[in-house]
Design a binder for this molecule. Structure first.
Ligand code: FES
Length: 157
C-alpha cells in the first residue's frame, strides 16, 4: 500500500523532515507541489500560515492546487475545483452545508463529514520550510488517490 511505502521511505530520511523550499520562495509561490516518499503533496501559504495536504481531492481525485481558499464557519478551506467540496486546511475535514429535517423550520448549517483529506506537518527554521508526512496509521480517504489504482483512475478522468 501507499502507506507502507511511505513508512519504508521514512526510515531512510532523517527524522522524516523533508526540505521543501526557501520560505520566501514558498510564500511567493503560495502553492507548491512536491512528491515526498512517493506521495504527492500540496503545500499552501495563506494568510501568514503554511499548510500541507495530499494534493488530490479524496472525492474523485480533483487537483486541489487549483482550488480557491475561503474561510467557512471559522475554518480556512480549500474548495476543490471539480465538485466544490470544502476541505479544511488545518485538519482535512470535509465541511458541508446541510439542514436537519427534525428542525422546524430547518435552518441550513455547516457540518463536518470528519477528516477525509490527509494533512501533513509544516515547519520552518532559518528561512527554510520542511514537511513531515502524517504518521496517522488509520486509513484516510485521500490515501486512495495516492495509490496505484487511484493514480490510474485519475489519469482517465
Ligand atoms: Fe474534489 Fe469531487 S473531486 S469535489
Amino acid at each position: 500500500t501507499v502507506f507502507q511505502r511511505a513508512m519504508e521511505g521514512k526510515e531512510q530520511s532523517t527524522g522524516g523532515l523533508h526540505f521543501v523550499g526557501k520560505k520566501d520562495e514558498m510564500i511567493e509561490a503560495k502553492r507548491s507541489f512536491r512528491t515526498l516518499e512517493g506521495r504527492d503533496i500540496l503545500i499552501i501559504y495563506h494568510q501568514g500560515g503554511f499548510y500541507a495536504m495530499d494534493s488530490y481531492c479524496y472525492h474523485a481525485g480533483g487537483m486541489l492546487q487549483n482550488g480557491d481558499i475561503e474561510e467557512i464557519d471559522g475554518k480556512l478551506c480549500i474548495i476543490c475545483p471539480n465538485h466544490k467540496y470544502k476541505l479544511s486546511l488545518a485538519k482535512g475535514e470535509c465541511i458541508y452545508k446541510g439542514t436537519d429535517p427534525r428542525e422546524k423550520p430547518p435552518v441550513p448549517r455547516w457540518y463536518s463529514k470528519g477528516v477525509k483529506q490527509r494533512t501533513h506537518m509544516v515547519t520552518e527554521t532559518n528561512g527554510e520550510v520542511y514537511v513531515k508526512l502524517s504518521e496517522d496509521t488509520s486509513w484516510i480517504e485521500s490515501d486512495y488517490y495516492q495509490g496505484e489504482k487511484g493514480k490510474v483512475e485519475r489519469a482517465k478522468a
